[in-house]
Ligand binder design. Structure first.
Ligand code: CAA
Length: 249
């Protein structure tokens, strides 16, 4: 059986790294998509770090807000991984938090572009080869804050809620051809993104989490890998919540 190829956007970040590792643990050839403001050395350092821990990861630059850059990224992935993408994890995302009254158009636009337009740019480049092969796995990373809303995140909650609408529509279109599309909605996970929240605000948030702690990136990675496995072909259009009980729907 040929080794499956996965592209994880935002693959060098907190949750992204855990997803890359969980997929690699399952024998998948993993390419981490990165932007890092074009800092290729940072991505190389990440690869070296992974290698020290026994993970051989490929890496490909791409700006998920830019259609041309995504196209170049996927072409590069196909070259370095020697095949088309079987598994796409749309994980890249940003926050630009602020109460709506203070929010600028830039804060809105940047978040919608990076978190939602990226779904269009990346997915359209991998969907046809998946349909041709009769196999594909797409996992879109949303957030608990799509489901419950979050004070200070009207932009992010809107984008992340849009992701699940996209998941459900696309899942219906490709289900008969062996391609599944699912959403994973993490809660507050210990990553650099969450570390940016002021400590007094974060303390209040943790008090609302029945499990009583932040999530670990690995807890998200393992769930994503499960959804990408061969024997997970009957799970599609679903939204998998991993939030310590903070929101139960
Ligand atoms: N509910 C109701 N009122 C609230 C509130 C809340 N949750 N939080 C703050 N307020 C009140 C404040 O008490 C304040 O009231 P007064 O004007 O009467 O004093 C008012 O709202 C304005 O609040 P701030 O002064 O704090 O406003 P700010 O502009 O300085 O900061 C903020 C706003 C940047 C959004 C800040 O509250 C914040 O960082 N919140 C956390 C947002 C968050 O959870 N982000 C998640 C990032 S991680 C992530 O997104 C990953 C994931 O998927 C989970």
């Amino acid at each position: 059986m040929t080794q499956k190829i996965a592209l994880v956007t935002g693959g060098t970040g907190g949750i992204g790294t855990a997803i890359c590792r969980a997929l690699a643990d399952d024998g998948i050839k993993v390419v981490a998509g990165y932007n890092a403001g074009g800092n290729h050395d940072k991505a190389k350092a990440w690869q070296a770090e992974q290698e020290k821990d026994g993970y051989k990861m490929l890496a490909a630059y791409g700006d998920v807000t830019d259609a041309d850059s995504c196209e170049a990224c996927v072409k590069n992935v196909e070259e370095i991984a020697q095949g088309t993408v079987d598994i796409l994890i749309n994980n890249a995302g940003i926050t630009r938090d602020g109460t709506f009254r203070k929010m600028t158009w830039d804060q809105w636009d940047q978040v919608l572009s990076a978190n939602l337009d990226s779904m269009f740019h990346m997915t359209r480049l991998v969907i046809n080869p998946m349909l041709d092969k009769g196999f594909g796995r797409i996992v879109n990373i949303s957030s608990v804050n799509a489901q419950k809303g979050q004070f200070g995140q009207s932009n992010y909650s809107a984008a992340k809620a849009g992701i699940h609408g996209f998941t459900k529509a696309l899942a219906q279109e490709v289900a008969a051809k062996g391609v599944t599309v699912n959403t994973v909605s993490p809660g507050y996970v210990l990553t650099p993104m969450v570390a940016k929240i002021p400590q007094e605000v974060l303390d209040k948030i943790i008090k609302q989490i029945p499990v009583g702690r932040l999530g670990a990136p690995e807890e998200i990675g393992k769930a994503v890998a499960y959804l990408c496995s061969e024997n997970c072909g009957y799970v599609t259009g679903s939204d998998f919540s991993i939030n310590g009980g903070q929101h139960m729907s």
